[in-house]
Design a protein around this ligand. Structure first.
Ligand SMILES: Nc1nc2c(ncn2[C@@H]2O[C@H](COP(=O)(O)OP(=O)(O)OP(=O)(O)O)[C@@H](O)[C@H]2O)c(=O)[nH]1
Ligand SMILES: [Mg+2]
Length: 224
């Protein structure tokens, strides 16, 4: 019985995610859903990414958090549009919450939208929000065995950020092992090793984002 309820919930989520995807495509907004364990560096990465790209494209952010508005305040200080979702205990965002946030954003003005999911490496991977891409973040301090232990998020993602590489020499993180595990889960998964703190390695990530935004606009132009 419980399994049936869970399936219905996921099915309802899929339907609303489809509406979100349609809405975002209609406005030509490329949307990335950032997923990681708490503290891997999602907000820091967003701060650095927004600072680097906001003159070239219009960026918006949906901040998912269990209770506080701390991350949304950090993002708002960059003078970009940000909407906070507080889940009040839930460990992930869902498509309904995302739809409410989308309705509060000026989608017609945006090129690129980031969704920072609730800090959790497990639950958010199961929920389609209507995004174009899921991006999994893993940081050096979490250990190199995480892709093997939490494969779903890496399976669902189109790119992986390996953050905090400035700490590589202070930790026993085995980069090769981690990369092998990722390839086993998904052969063509792109991995961006970087430090959101020092900005080392940020260039490849920024180039990837820049290459996606016009591609998405072209798709949008042919689809509608
Ligand atoms: N050394 C180092 N520290 C980092 C890096 N990126 C983030 N941090 C630190 O890691 C801590 C957590 O960073 P946040 O960006 O708040 O992480 P988060 O994933 O948004 O956290 P939640 O929203 O709570 O899940 C902060 O103290 C950051 O300064 C990095 O590349 N290197
Ligand atoms: Mg955060």
């Amino acid at each position: 019985m419980k399994v049936i309820v869970a399936q219905k919930l996921l099915q309802a989520n899929e339907e609303i995610a489809g509406e979100n995807r349609h809405l975002l495509a209609r406005h030509g907004v490329l949307t990335l859903n950032l997923i990681s364990a708490p503290g891997a560096g999602k907000t820091t990465l967003l701060e650095k990414t927004i600072a680097a790209l906001k003159e070239e494209m219009a960026i918006g952010v949906i901040e998912g958090d269990i209770y506080t508005t701390k991350d949304a305040e950090r993002i708002a200080s960059q003078q970009v549009e940000v909407v906070q979702i507080n889940t009040h205990g839930a460990c992930h965002l869902d498509a309904q919450m995302t739809q409410e946030a989308l309705n509060a954003l000026s989608l017609a003005q945006l090129d690129l939208l980031f969704i920072e999911n609730v800090g959790n490496l497990v639950c958010p991977a199961e929920f389609d929000l209507g995004e174009n891409y899921k991006v999994a973040l893993l940081s050096i301090t979490e250990g190199s065995d995480k892709p093997a232990k939490y494969p779903l998020v890496f399976h669902e993602a189109q790119a992986v950020i390996l953050n905090k590489i400035d700490l590589l020499h202070h930790m026993d993180f085995d980069l090769e092992t981690m990369l092998e595990q990722v390839k086993k889960i998904k052969e063509d998964l792109i991995v961006f090793p970087l430090s959101a703190k020092t900005s080392e390695g940020m260039g490849a990530w920024l180039q990837w984002l820049k290459s996606l935004v016009p591609k998405k606009k072209k798709l949008f132009a042919t689809a509608w």
